[in-house]
Design a protein around this ligand. Structure first.
Ligand code: A2P
Length: 312
């Protein structure tokens, strides 16, 4: 992979955040949290994770939390140290975990930071009673988080054939792998235009994406590389906003391309990446196929790719 040489030498602090949790969480029944037991549970979980970290099995890293930022009561982001020697391609995911009741519990999380960053960042939902996120949402700076050593994933530039315009279609925390890719200089070496669509139920859930793009614009090095190639197209489905509607409806009705002022989806020039819920993946994939595009994979690059790891 070719990276802008300057990116080898710099430290980027908390530019962004992102990750994803599997939707098919188990339905473990646990006591409701209140102010009294919340701290105790958090400390128990963290103590066990830190203890476990001292006798780590092969294949697991134990990393320190560097920052936590809560966006809404459903969304938060955190960053943690990047292990020496941990390599990943922008857009990939890793298994993130904590010790819960004596056992490590892991979920797939897209790495939201780009491959050149010093820190690892993640964007997470908070699921009440979610086996991992009910604990993970309480992490604080200095806590220990586990990560399995091998990242993987299909939302990588290598899985796409060369094209002119790259669409990244996301809903909810599905923006995370794209948070990584839109900060990777290689994305802009390979594509003339990068269109990030992000659809959420409510306006507050879009905030992470707005922060991310404004941080890119305010970053001297990145803004120079990104130039005017990146378009952020944010829509909301359950309250009034300047742009509204599901991305699938906006594609099917032609509104997306007319708003963007670009030609209809075309397999010769356009490439796509999709990340969201199972239904969103299925419906968006059908629209891209209708436009004549075919699905690719790491071992067979083509015109669009889907991240299936996160859905049930
Ligand atoms: P909607 O509000 O109409 O359900 P969720 O939080 O459930 O994952 O949803 C995130 C966003 O994805 C919401 O705006 C939701 O719209 C939208 N969405 C849900 N299902 C689909 C689908 N099949 N195709 C496109 N967008 C979808």
């Amino acid at each position: 992979m070719t990276l802008c040489p300057r990116f080898y030498d710099r430290t980027l602090h908390s530019v962004s955040h992102g990750s994803i949790e599997r939707w098919n969480l188990d339905k473990a029944v646990l006591p409701p949290l209140n102010d009294e037991n919340r701290t105790t549970i958090r400390m128990n979980v963290q103590a066990k994770t830190a203890e476990f970290a001292e006798t780590l099995p092969a294949g697991v890293y134990a990393e320190k939390v560097l920052s936590v930022n809560h966006y809404t009561d459903r969304l938060f982001r955190f960053s943690m140290t990047r292990p020496a020697g941990f390599r990943f391609r922008s857009g990939e995911f890793a298994m993130i975990g904590l010790m819960v009741e004596g056992k490590p519990v892991y979920r797939a999380y897209s790495i939201a930071s780009p491959s050149w960053a010093d820190e690892l960042e993640f964007f997470s939902i908070k699921v009440p009673n979610g086996p991992l996120t009910q604990h993970l949402q309480k992490i604080e700076t200095g806590d220990t988080v586990l990560m399995r050593k091998k990242p993987t994933g299909t939302l990588v530039l290598d899985a796409l054939t060369p094209g002119k315009r790259l669409y990244m279609f996301s809903t909810g925390t599905g923006i995370a792998p794209f948070a990584s890719l839109i900060r990777d200089p290689e994305t802009y070496e390979k594509f003339d235009e990068v269109i990030l669509t992000h659809t959420c139920r409510e306006v507050a859930e879009l905030q992470y994406g707005f922060d991310l793009v404004s941080e890119i614009r305010n970053d001297e090095l990145l803004s120079e590389i990104v130039g005017d190639k990146l378009t952020h197209y944010a829509t909301v489905t359950r309250e009034p906003f300047e742009r509204s509607g599901r991305i699938t409806d906006l594609i099917a009705g032609g509104k997306l391309v007319s708003d963007l002022g670009v030609p209809s989806l075309d397999p010769v020039t356009d490439r796509g990446m999709i990340c969201g819920s199972t239904e969103m993946l299925k419906d968006t994939k059908a629209l891209l196929e209708q436009a004549g595009m075919t699905e690719g994979a790491n071992n067979k690059p083509s015109e669009f790719v889907i991240e299936r790891a996160f859905v049930g």
